[in-house]
Design a protein around this ligand. Structure first.
Ligand code: AMP
Ligand code: MG
Length: 338
């Protein structure tokens, strides 16, 4: 017998069917979801997020069958990667099918597709029966949400129904992989680093005997949405890569931040409101999987601690492949790198 639909999922489904937005828990971060076939709702995502239209949205699906409805080419490599990493934190960028409006892909001939592992996300997509376009549920350029409370605080004045799905277990956005399959060979690039790393992809392809090539450089056109600044907390974050005392950090930050432009690529750079008096260290576990789970919640908490500035110290233990996704976020979230 079919299990009756949970009341919250039913409510979220009804909202989506009515062309409204839903805060959807996933294992990476919370998404702001709309049905891909309701363009007014998709447009609303860009409006409430204040997101520019050149930054494409990821399409979330609940089965490989459904993935095949949004791309024109599902090859062997895509199947192997889906078998290995879906449901999970991997987005595959594949040729776009006409079922996906260009507003979602920012006019690109490709579409980013992901099958989330969070059971509520899966249930919701299944219940709606149509893929959901969903970027991270935060205002453009700001810290991504890893709890339902974060999403509510981002959209206090907007009509967004937020599903309570607990804290996100991965905690940073999915790895984004550009995948092309030509003459039975897979050519791939990592457009955004995340929990699934390049060596994981290569191992999976090798094991399935799929010939592949890794392409390091990708044109800006093929990989939009990579602003210099992103994920920024409400107070300045300084990424400290050199040996500096707290006083030296304060002195350098006061000088450098004053000289910086107020806005870079449409994102407002966070600067101290007053003279820097209180600064707080962002501390993360040394294990990368734990650290990524803690990252955004810790950044938000530090920003609300009454401090004027947050700093994060890079340590030798951070120099490994699994920390790269975290440093990608910290680098973009930082107002300054010392
Ligand atoms: P978000 O959903 O906010 O985590 O951001 C989605 C990101 O995925 C975008 O900013 C792009 O960097 C990437 N992305 C989504 N779709 C595509 C695509 N068709 N081609 C290249 N990158 C994409
Ligand atoms: Mg985002």
């Amino acid at each position: 017998m079919k299990k009756p639909m949970n009341a919250e999922i039913l409510k979220a489904k009804e909202r989506l069917d009515a062309g409204k937005l839903v805060g959807m828990p996933t294992e990476t971060v919370y998404g702001l979801a709309a049905r891909i076939d309701l363009l007014k709702a998709v447009e609303q995502i860009f409006t409430v997020k204040e997101r520019p239209f050149f930054d494409p949205l990821i399409v979330h699906i609940s089965s490989v069958e459904q993935a095949k409805t949004v791309t024109t080419h599902w090859g062997k490599a895509a199947q192997v990667l889906a078998d290995n990493f879906w449901p999970g934190p991997l987005t595959m960028v594949l040729p776009r099918a006409a079922t996906v409006n260009e507003m979602i892909t920012s006019g690109l001939p490709t579409v980013g597709i992901r099958m989330p592992a969070h059971p509520m996300a899966q249930e919701l997509i299944k219940a709606v029966g149509v893929p959901l376009a969903a970027p991270s549920a935060n205002k453009f350029g700001r810290t991504s949400p890893t709890s339902a409370a974060h999403v509510r605080s981002e959209f206090i004045n907007d009509d967004v129904y937020v599903l309570e799905g607990g804290d996100c277990q991965i905690g940073i956005e999915s790895t984004v992989l550009l995948l092309k399959e030509e003459n039975n060979k897979a050519i791939f690039s990592v457009l955004r680093k995340g929990h699934v790393v390049r060596s994981d992809i290569e191992q999976a392809l090798k094991k399935a005997q799929v010939p592949f090539e890794y392409l390091e450089a990708v044109s800006k056109k093929e990989s939009p949405g990579h602003m210099k600044h992103h994920y920024m907390p409400a107070i300045p974050l300084i990424l400290v890569k050199s040996e500096l005392s707290v006083q030296e950090i304060i002195n350098a930050a006061e000088k450098a931040l004053n000289e910086m432009p107020d806005v870079v690529e449409d994102v407002k750079i966070q600067k101290p409101q007053n003279k820097i008096q209180k600064i707080v260290e962002l501390k993360l576990s040394s294990d990368a999987a734990l650290a990524s789970r803690e990252l955004y919640a810790s950044m938000r908490k530090s920003a609300e601690s009454g401090a004027d500035l947050i700093y994060f110290k890079m340590k030798p233990a951070h120099l490994n492949e699994h920390w790269e996704g975290i440093f990608d976020r910290l680098t973009k979230a930082a107002s300054l790198i010392l």
